[in-house]
Write a protein that binds this ligand. Structure first.
Ligand code: PEP
Ligand code: MN
Length: 340
């Protein structure tokens, strides 16, 4: 950490700062002081993560405080060069092979889930998605089947022999997700910064992998901070990029592929791209999904419905038979990128 004093702050201020650091447990021997013509810089050697940088920034004679080491260092490739691999019940390894998640936005009935999941599985999906608890903008819209939906999901998972992912919206549903053995617990975009909820998930005794979706207004720093919160309790964290809201009214969201490339280059958690919510437009889903893999993503999550025109939720962004054409292209790009 480097503390920069205000222009022409004199020796008195430097000594005040040294006394303050000493009170906070940083001895004089750990300080490197550079006195320039205008600015004095005080460098702290070693781990300064325990210092409250806001308190130092608030000192009247301090201009700024610069952190040198990555605040998310546990997630950084500097400390953990290889991508984290998450092994699922069917042996599929997220982070080590291409992950294709397909299935309907919402579980509407057993038949609807089974038909949609089968279509996805036949096209090459290795994980099935389906929402039992749906966070809808309008509370009068279909909210999902709740526990009944989880029952159907577990039945479909058994009959197709594939693991499943579903969104958990509230800590009070943790026992249900444990009971129905949901393989991956999705934290939706709206809950990305719900710290009390993230902490509750991090404290689950026998945790399942958690897939954290980035909120449409959530910065990269906030996203990594939320991931780290989960990671400290449960290292099986998957990140999901699903786009930003922009003034553009043609697209529901705009997929942020900068984030995908940046996170993959610098951090070790696996990243899944969701081109369905990332655009909201069925025709754009395949191209955006492929672009996500090209940007370095470990996989895709795509909404697949056997009859999108009848879908109770997100039919306009759901694929049906087109999904079959997307998967081999995704595999080809992944192979070129990762050689696997
Ligand atoms: C979903 O994936 O079902 C979903 C609701 O997405 P998001 O949280 O990204 O809006
Ligand atoms: Mn949806």
């Amino acid at each position: 950490m480097i503390i920069q004093l205000k222009a022409h702050a004199g020796q008195n201020y430097l000594e005040r700062l040294i006394r303050q650091l000493d009170k906070d447990g940083v001895v004089r021997q750990r300080l490197d002081i550079y006195a320039g013509d205008t600015y004095t810089l005080v460098g702290i050697k070693g781990d300064a993560s325990q210092l409250n940088e806001d308190l130092y920034r608030a000192l009247s004679y301090v201009l700024d405080v610069h952190r040198i080491s990555d605040p998310f260092k546990e997630l950084s490739r500097q400390f953990h060069p290889k991508t984290t691999v998450i092994r699922l019940s069917n042996g599929h390894r997220i982070g080590a092979e291409l992950t294709i998640i397909g299935g309907p936005c919402a579980i509407e009935s057993y038949q609807q889930l089974y038909k949609s999941a089968k279509l996805a599985a036949e096209a090459g999906a290795n994980v099935i998605r389906g929402g039992a608890f749906k966070p809808r903008t309008l509370h009068r819209s279909f909210q999902g089947l709740g526990e009944e939906g989880l029952k159907y999901l577990s039945k479909v998972s058994q009959s197709l022999g594939l693991p499943v992912v579903s969104e958990i919206m509230d800590a009070s549903d943790i026992p249900l997700f444990e009971q129905y053995q949901v393989d991956i617990w999705q934290v939706g975009a709206r809950n990305c910064l719900n710290y009390a909820f993230l902490d509750a998930l991090a404290q689950v005794k026998h945790p399942r992998p958690v897939m954290l979706k980035r909120g449409d207004h959530v910065s990269l720093e906030e996203f990594l901070g939320a991931a780290l919160r989960l990671y400290e309790g449960n290292p099986q964290v998957i990140l999901c990029e699903r786009g930003d809201k922009t003034p553009d009214r043609v697209h529901r969201n705009v997929l942020n592929l900068n984030n995908v490339a940046f996170i993959k280059q610098n951090y070790h958690l696996p990243v899944i791209v969701d081109p369905s919510h990332g655009s909201g437009v069925r025709k754009l889903v395949p191209d955006l999904g492929l672009a996500g893999i090209a940007a370095g993503a470990d996989g895709l999550m795509v909404e697949v419905h056997h009859n999108p025109e009848k879908a109770l939720c997100d039919g306009a962004q759901s694929l049906s038979r087109e999904f079959k054409d997307l998967v081999p292209l995704a595999r080809a790009i992944y192979k070129l990128k990762c050689g696997a």
